[in-house]
Design a protein around this ligand. Structure first.
Ligand SMILES: C[S@@+](CC[C@H](N)C(=O)[O-])C[C@H]1O[C@@H](n2cnc3c(N)ncnc32)[C@H](O)[C@@H]1O
Length: 247
């Protein structure tokens, strides 16, 4: 991990571990060596905590030029797709690598292929993965390509993947990729608009047990004076579609 979290007065910053100083509205913070799990210092009478980021803290503060899938959705996608350490996985588009970090946190022995058509986004995702894992995991392969292209091919056997994850603006144009999913394998498609999900479902064959849902996360304030939901919540992120390939 090449990042640390600074926590002070319920605020968090994700910064480079190698940074010596970090400036905030209450003064400059000197960054200690992380010799223990938690380091503590004081600046202008404020107590500052330095911590290793959790996966969801890292994802929330990810460097990005694309929309990302948030942790509340990634957590459910990973569990409901029954993602295993030994699974072979195809993911597209890579975007900023948020879902990919989730996938790689689980898949250690299987192989992960991620496909992105935009070189700039791919480079950002690569950096994010490297920052999180300390290096690019050996079981990960980045591919630059357009999965809408009818001639797009992967250098693998058909029915290679145990799981396929799609996060594309027009997933119905990527049907070609579904031949790489094993019979019995699980397909996940993520889209912000239900019309995208509907159009995709209408165009796929050989899948059963198609479930479409969204995850609403409502945080609560719980302190001495209050025990109630926050005033504002993230109302919508995206719809998750999960299905099983049988034919
Ligand atoms: C919403 S982003 C994916 C975000 C990613 N799931 C994450 O959590 O960071 C969608 C990505 O799909 C890529 N994309 C769109 N069309 C594509 C295509 N035809 N082939 C490959 N990638 C494509 C876009 O460039 C973009 O990076």
């Amino acid at each position: 991990m090449k990042k640390i979290i600074i926590y002070c007065d319920k605020k968090k910053w994700l910064i480079d571990k190698d940074l010596k100083k970090f400036s905030t509205h209450f003064g400059n913070i000197e960054i200690p060596e992380m010799e223990r799990e938690v380091e503590i210092s004081f600046v202008n009478n404020r107590k500052i905590y330095f911590l290793k980021p959790t996966i969801s803290e890292f994802i929330l503060k990810l460097k990005r030029k694309t929309q990302i899938i948030y942790s509340k959705d990634i957590a459910v996608i990973i569990f409901y797709s029954d993602l295993k350490e030994t699974d072979n996985v195809i993911e597209t588009g890579t975007g900023s690598g948020a879902l990919l970090i989730g996938i790689l946190s689980k898949v250690k022995e299987g192989k992960v292929i991620t496909i992105e058509k935009n070189e700039e986004f791919r480079k950002i995702a690569e950096k994010n993965i490297e920052n999180y894992f300390g290096q690019i995991p050996k079981n990960l392969k980045f591919i630059n390509g357009d999965v809408y292209d009818e001639n797009f091919k992967l250098n693998i056997e058909e029915e290679w993947a145990d799981k396929i994850f799609l996060d594309l603006p027009e997933p119905w144009r990527a049907k070609n990729i579904l031949k790489y999913l094993k019979i019995g394998g699980i397909l996940v498609n993520y889209n912000p608009q239900i019309t995208q999900i509907k159009r995709f479902i209408e165009g796929i064959n050989g899948f059963i047990d198609i479930n479409v849902f969204e995850i609403l996360e409502r945080n609560w304030i719980v302190d001495e004076k209050r025990a109630r939901p926050v005033d504002l919540m993230r109302g919508h992120t995206g719809f998750i579609m999960i299905a099983r390939k049988v034919e």
